[in-house]
Write a new protein. Sequence first.
Length: 573
Amino acid sequence: MIKQTKHLLFRARLVLSIVVFVPGVIFLNSCQSKNESSSSTGNTSEFELPPETDDYYQDIINYSGIDFVHTIGDDHLSNLVESVGGGAAFFDYDQDGFLDLYMTNGNFTENLSMNEDHPPVTTSENRLYRNLQNGTFEDVTEKAGVGDRGYGMGVTVADYDNDGSTDIYISNHGPNVLYHNNGDGSFTDVTGRAGVGGNECSVGAVWLDYDNDGFLDLYVGNYIEFDPQYNYYYAPDGFPGPMAYEGQSDVLYHNRGDGTFEDVTRDMGVFNKDGRAMGVGAADYDNDGFVDIYVSNDHMVNYLYHNNGGEGFEDRGIMSGVAFNQVGEATISMSVDFADYNNDGLIDLFVSDDVYCSLYRNEGNGVFTEMSYNAGIAVACGQFVGWASSFLDYDNDGDLDLFKVNGELKHLYGQEDQLFENDGNGNFLDVSTERGDYFQEELVGRGGCFGDYDNDGDIDAYIVNLNDHGVLLRNNKGNKNNWISLLLIGEISNRDGIGARVTITSGDLVQVTHKKSSSGYLSQNDPRLYFGFGDKKIVDRIEVVWPSGRINVLENIEAGQFLTINESEAATL
């Protein structure tokens, strides 16, 4: 069934419409949504949001009820593992139509932390905040049972068992954790039964259905074999770099469909004992119907694993032109995000790093062209160290912009974040200082997730800062332009619809995207797909191609709506 939710005003009642699709015709029957304002659901908060300023992005963390503080578990930043930082995920764990928020945290860890002058603190934990539907949050970590106290790094969420509730996977320095969502507001640690714990230094991870069997598999990017005894380094650096340690192989877990996984890393051709993964992303870059994997590595060549029909992978990073930056260097690569930034129908990718970053334009023949300098990004990025970065249409004008989170590598020195605006021709302009006072703040950024947490039709952000409070950025102006939001529900395909290809047409504007799992660095964005349309009020056509091969087509849809599209309504196979 396809559901339509017409956006009115934030805090106003939402209206659902049941849609029955016949090619060229849509019949609407309105009914009241269960997702009403907080006053009608009984959700209350002691916090009151500040008035909107004239800024596009306004930091409202102090008014949100989110009191999370990231910690490195140490008195000072003393090694590379602590420098990795933490991530965050926007997802709707209780299925009330509003995005909740999960963050990973560090902790004092033997043979890692160096609390020389103070007793070790082992009480920090990961946190889950429930969205109260009024712009504020409440901490439900203890109630939900998800306060892992390992040394947390990345988080990625998905419905791995297709039961209708979103589960949580946490990448740790040490054993990882898989929390199964019980569907009643609580979670159960099923790591042991599922067989996805490992015992490496895991950083980024991503869910994907690499063999299109309807169950999500899991790729985990691993980092270094940290040796606390190794102490040779250039003094101003603070501590040794990644090439001082042995790397670790990533792991690919195949979902058996019964709640358990098997390690198929060697069988599927993705074993590399010298990897030093940071960010991991997955998308079907060549549109052959099978999801591919990109791994951004620290100080070494990056990988692009091409999926050979679900039967194995082949690293095509070098031959595709995405293994190095524009001058042939292996950089300190952090995050990766896939998107069609120039609206040519081909999926491109952006990789943040410690220098000029890389914007790879897809040429459609398995080859990419590095465009960061030509597109206006490189020079502006050169003075910053980039961590989380994501494509998003912050102003809903129909082309994808870039949000980039920055922070010093080996010291707790702050840097300003950056917002790059797409001019509609594939070029970018750094408009950071014009879009809000926040972009003048110097913070040690790491992970970041992006999504419409207040359901007002534009993309907000939560950013994790190393050893510091996070930031919640409310978008005040993006919904002045028209938009539409899609939530995909798979039935033959995996329930999250990960791997689906969506094409939306409005007049002469055609936008293409792929439903992804993880985005950027250590984090995951809003599971709904967002499209901006400027002043266009009608979406002429929406096409969803599912991993199963089924196709949904909708026509003549009014903008300003939340749509839920079920695979069962597909028109063809």
